[in-house]
Write a protein of this length. Sequence first.
Length: 132
Amino acid sequence: LTPDCLEEIVPSFLECGQLVRRLKEAAWQPTQGFVRNAFAVEVQNMLEAHDELIETVMESNSVIAIVHGAKTLLPGLRLLHDLWYWPGWERPAGSGVAFLQHLVNCASATTDRIVQNLYCGYFISCARPFLT
């Protein structure tokens, strides 16, 4: 590995680590409401999947696979982080419904099908408490 290669790789790993560390704060709390708690469960599920993927990538012993894994995970982690720390959560009354609307707006505004599917998946997970 050259210093230039490491210089390109390290920031992605550091950012992934920082995002995961912050997202691990997501937890179910009775005072947060149905939507926020459903999203907290979704965050935890995504972090478990992230951990499994990281284990698989790290077992490959291939620097290319590790770099590809980090670059693949980073956009999803950024999105999840931005949604967990969405400023609208600070308004307790109606924040759940406003978050659902925010997800719909974001899914409608993006042209990236993968990101659109993530927004839709989060919407379904968060709306589930209203449907059961």
